[in-house]
Ligand binder design. Structure first.
Ligand code: NAP
Length: 277
């Protein structure tokens, strides 16, 4: 497994699994938990979830998957902005811990920015950290101005990561946000790393997949893994799609491959509004 480094020096896996749209249908619950367990078996220890996903249903799937093997997993969950007041994050975190069947979340994120001042949310997160209920905290969908404001808050420098839309087709953060986070030592957690599946129809990805004897999904992930300080969290509910995800770790994209991808999916040539889903 490749790792990235959090600002406090802790190493975190660079490849994990997402859970958005899991837990919505009880008929699929067992298969979804199986997929996460298969991921754990193959070294995909980082699991990303949120109180929002299926209104807690995805956290319940995670709890099934990690039963009896909590220490193998690195759990990321997220609080809704409307729960992000000082007291709100304490209560939301308790509910998430209960659903997850664990006593701690490894990284707890503010899902996106809402009405609560960042300073208050940070104070709530720091309290959860002091109480041992979360090990790190971070944010999601925050742009450069928000990150600057966050850094100026008391303890704002403790932000571990910013989870952002980042894939071959969405490279806007490379202009200023990613460099800013690099300077702060904060890895990017790249969500929708497969472009929600749409990227996988691209012809250039197909050519490179054939060249490397893998599938387009492995190429899309290998490209993210080739970037510094980047964590990718693809989601699948199908057991047979764990292999292509893990295979990305063995794909070494050479200069020619990267040039081909850069032609098809150019880096930004100026600032753009933060893309979100
Ligand atoms: N912070 C945020 O605001 C935010 C926003 C969006 C997502 N996220 C997180 O990021 C995770 C990943 O994003 P995402 O789930 O939106 O999109 P994604 O990982 O880019 O793509 C997932 C889609 O691709 C399909 N897929 C997976 N492997 C495939 C393969 N080998 N071949 C073809 N299709 C494949 C999946 O279908 P199957 O399930 O049928 O395989 C699913 O429909 C989420 O699950 C969530 O944890 C965070």
């Amino acid at each position: 497994m490749k790792h990235v480094t959090l600002p406090d020096g802790e190493k975190v896996p660079a490849l994990g699994l997402g859970t958005w749209r899991m837990g919505e249908d009880t008929a699929s619950a067992e298969q979804e938990a199986d997929v996460l367990r298969a991921g754990l078996d193959r070294g995909l220890r980082l699991i990303d979830t949120a109180e929002m996903y299926a209104e807690g249903g995805a956290e319940l799937i995670v709890s099934q998957a990690i039963k009896g093997r909590r220490d193998e997993a690195f759990i990321v969950s997220k609080v809704y902005p409307h729960n992000a007041s000082y007291d709100g994050v304490q209560a939301a975190c308790e509910r998430s811990l209960e659903r997850l069947g664990t006593d701690r979340i490894d990284i707890y994120l503010l899902h996106w920015r809402g009405q609560v001042p960042l300073e208050e949310t940070v104070a709530g997160f720091e309290r959860l950290k002091d109480d041992g209920k979360i090990r790190h905290w971070g944010v999601s969908n925050l742009d450069t101005d928000d990150m600057r404001e966050l850094a100026a808050c008391a303890n704002g420098g403790n932000c571990a990561t910013n989870q952002l839309l980042y894939n071959l087709g969405e490279r806007g953060i490379e202009w200023d946000l990613k460099p800013m986070m690099d300077r702060a030592g904060q890895p990017v957690m790249a969500y929708c790393p497969l472009g929600e599946g749409r990227l996988l129809w691209d012809g250039t990805l197909a050519v490179l997949a054939e060249r490397h004897g893998v599938t387009p999904a492995s190429i899309a992930l290998a490209w993210l893994l080739s970037r510094d300080q980047t964590i990718a969290i693809p989601k699948t509910s199908r057991p047979e799609r764990i292999d292509p995800i893990v295979a990305a770790l063995d794909v070494k994209l050479d200069a020619e491959d990267l040039a081909l991808l850069n032609d098809e999916f150019p880096a930004p040539d100026g600032p753009t509004a933060l893309a979100i889903v």
